[in-house]
Design a protein around this ligand. Structure first.
Ligand SMILES: Cc1cc2nc3c(=O)[nH]c(=O)nc-3n(C[C@H](O)[C@H](O)[C@H](O)COP(=O)(O)OP(=O)(O)OC[C@H]3O[C@@H](n4cnc5c(N)ncnc54)[C@H](O)[C@@H]3O)c2cc1C
Length: 454
C-alpha cells in the first residue's frame, strides 16, 4: 500500500535496491549476498507500521509480498509472511473461524504484525499476536532457516530483562532464560531474523456479538463507564475517543450526535437478546446519551462500526501527510489501575504546554490510548516531541511501557533506555550480536548506530 521507502508514519528513507524474492531459496541467497558484502537489509511488510521500522536508511529493502500462500485448517491457518490480514480475516470467516488479533489496519502483512507483536481493538480479550503463533519459519543472516514450534527453547543463554506491568508491551526483546524462540522473534522488529511463514491459531466465530458506540455528553462519564465496564462478561472490545477525535471525523459521520463529548466503543460475545437490556441499564447508570448511541448485532453493523473506529487513525495519518509534520502519536500503555492517572497527566500537560489541536483515542480497555498532537509550527513540533518524551517517562513511572503495540522502530528507539537499564539493553544487544554479528538486519531499529555496531 505504501511505497518501500516510507511507512504510514510518513518516515522517509532510501535504498540501493528493492528486492522482491519469490521463493525461500531466493530470499536465503539474497541474505547470503548481503552477509558476504556487508550490506544492510531492511524487511518490508505491508507498510502500515508507525515507527519507520520498515524504512531503509541505505542498503537493500526486501519485500516479502510474494510469500502470500495461505491454508486454512480447523483451528489454525498457515500463512506466508506476505499474507495481508484482510485476506486472512476473510478466509478464516469463510471457514466459520476468526483470527483474534485485530490491529484494525487490515492491509498489514502477517510478517509485519508478528515483527511488531501487533494488538489492536480486540486485545482487551485476546492479547497480542504473540499468543496466537504456533509455528514460525525464520531465515537468519548466517544462512540457517529455523522451523520453530511453540515450546522450542532458545539454545543459548540470555540475561533476563524486566517486564512492565501493563497488559500490552512491545518494546525490545522480552528476554528470559529458556524462553521460546517464537517469543524472541515476535516483536523483534525485523532485527533478528526474517519471518517467512507462520502457523496461527484460529477460534470458532462467536455465535452472537453485540456492538455498540456509546456517546457521552461529559468525558468524565465516559471514563467512569470504562472503569466499570472492564468486568462485563464477554466484552472483547473497549475503545474510547475524546471530543477532538470525534470532531476529526464529523464531516464524514454527519449523524454523530452534536453534543457528544466522548464515545466508548464496545463489542461483546452474547448468548441472547437479554444482553441488550443489560446495556440499557448500563447506559442509564453511567449517564450515556442512550437515545443517540448506536447498537447493532449483524455483520453490516459490525463493519460500519469497525470503519468508524478505523476512520480515527486514518484521518490522523491523512492530516499528518497533508500538513507535512512528523507524526506525533503515542503508544504508551500503563497498568489498568493507572488509566485515569495517565489520562489526567496527558490532559494536564497538553493544556499547559501545547496550544494546538490534539486528539486522544484508542484501546482504553488496556489503559492504552494514543495521544496525537498536531503541531502547527517548528516550535510546537519541538514542544510536542518533548511532551512525548515526558509521557514516556510518566508511563514508565506508573509501571507501564514505552511501546504497547507499534514497536519502537527508528522513530521511537530513544525510548528504549527510558524503560530498560544499560545492562538490560546490553543483554538485548548480546542476542543481536549472536544472531546478526554484522548488525545488518533492520539496522537502525531499536538501537541507534554506533562505531561498535556500524
Ligand atoms: C490506520 C492505522 C491503524 C493502526 N492500528 C493499529 C492497531 O490498532 N494496533 C496495532 O498493533 N497496530 C496498528 N497499526 C500499526 C500497524 O498496522 C502495525 O504495526 C502492523 O503490525 C504493521 O504491519 P506491516 O505489515 O504493515 O509492517 P511494516 O510497516 O511493513 O513493517 C513493520 C516492521 O516489521 C518488520 N517486518 C515486516 N515484515 C517482516 C518479516 N517478514 N520478517 C521480519 N520483519 C518484518 C519491518 O522491518 C518493520 O520493522 C495501525 C496502522 C495504521 C496505518
Amino acid at each position: 500500500m505504501w511505497n518501500y521507502l516510507e511507512d504510514a508514519s510518513n518516515y522517509q528513507g532510501h535504498a540501493e535496491k528493492i528486492l522482491i524474492p519469490e521463493t525461500e531459496a531466493e530470499l536465503v541467497g539474497i541474505l547470503a549476498e548481503a552477509q558476504a558484502s556487508g550490506t544492510p537489509v531492511t524487511i518490508a511488510g505491508g507498510g502500515s507500521g508507525l515507527t519507520g521500522g520498515r524504512v531503509p536508511e541505505g542498503g537493500w529493502s526486501i519485500s516479502l509480498e510474494k510469500f502470500n500462500k495461505m491454508e486454512i485448517h480447523e483451528g489454525r491457518a498457515v500463512c506466508g509472511a506476505g499474507v495481508i490480514l484482510r485476506d486472512l480475516h476473510a478466509a478464516a470467516r469463510r471457514s466459520g473461524q476468526f483470527y483474534p488479533p485485530d490491529p484494525t489496519e487490515t492491509m498489514a502483512a502477517i510478517g509485519g504484525t508478528i515483527s511488531c507483536n501487533a494488538c489492536g481493538s480486540r486485545s482487551f480479550m485476546y492479547g497480542a499476536t504473540r499468543r496466537w503463533i504456533e509455528r514460525l519459519r525464520v531465515a537468519l543472516m548466517d544462512g540457517r532457516v529455523l522451523d520453530l514450534r511453540r515450546g522450542d527453547k532458545i539454545d543459548f543463554g540470555v540475561k533476563p530483562v524486566h517486564r512492565p506491568r501493563s497488559t500490552k508491551h512491545s518494546a525490545g526483546y522480552p528476554l528470559e532464560p529458556g524462553m521460546d524462540w517464537i517469543d524472541l522473534f515476535t516483536g523483534s522488529e525485523g532485527t533478528l531474523g526474517v519471518v517467512i511463514e507462520a502457523e496461527l491459531k484460529l477460534l470458532p466465530l462467536p455465535k452472537e456479538l453485540l456492538n455498540g458506540i456509546v456517546f457521552f455528553a461529559k468525558d468524565e462519564d465516559a471514563i467512569n463507564a470504562v472503569e466499570a465496564w472492564r468486568s462485563v462478561e464477554g466484552l472483547r472490545m473497549l475503545e474510547y475517543a475524546d471530543k477532538p477525535s470525534l470532531d476529526l471525523i464529523r464531516e464524514k459521520y454527519n449523524d454523530l450526535p452534536e453534543k457528544a463529548a466522548a464515545c466508548v466503543i464496545v463489542e461483546q460475545i452474547v448468548e441472547d437478546d437479554s444482553a441488550v437490556d443489560a446495556w440499557v441499564e448500563r447506559l442509564e447508570a453511567h449517564h450515556a446519551m442512550g437515545e443517540e448511541s448506536w447498537f447493532g448485532s449483524n455483520e453490516a453493523d459490525r463493519e460500519r462500526f469497525r470503519a468508524f473506529r478505523h476512520a480515527l487513525p486514518e484521518r490522523v495519518i491523512q492530516l499528518v501527510r497533508q500538513m507535512g509534520f512528523p507524526k506525533l502519536g503515542s503508544d504508551f500503555s500503563v497498568p489498568v489501575e493507572k488509566n485515569r492517572e495517565m489520562l489526567d497527566y496527558y490532559r494536564g500537560q497538553i493544556a499547559a504546554r501545547f496550544p494546538a489541536p490534539h486528539a486522544i483515542f484508542g484501546h482504553i480497555g488496556d489503559a492504552h490510548v494514543h495521544v496525537n498532537l498536531f503541531p502547527a509550527s517548528e516550535e510546537l513540533i519541538a514542544e510536542g516531541k518533548k511532551l512525548m518524551d515526558d509521557f514516556a517517562r510518566k508511563s514508565v513511572e506508573l509501571g507501564g511501557t514505552v511501546a504497547a503495540e507499534h514497536g519502537l522502530g527508528k522513530r521511537k528507539r530513544h525510548f528504549l533506555p527510558f524503560l530498560y537499564s544499560e545492562a538490560e539493553i546490553e543483554a538485548m544487544k548480546d542476542v543481536k550480536r549472536l544472531l546478526d554479528p554484522k548488525w545488518l538486519l533492520g539496522r537502525g531499529n531499536l538501537f541507534p548506530m554506533s562505531p561498535e555496531h556500524p
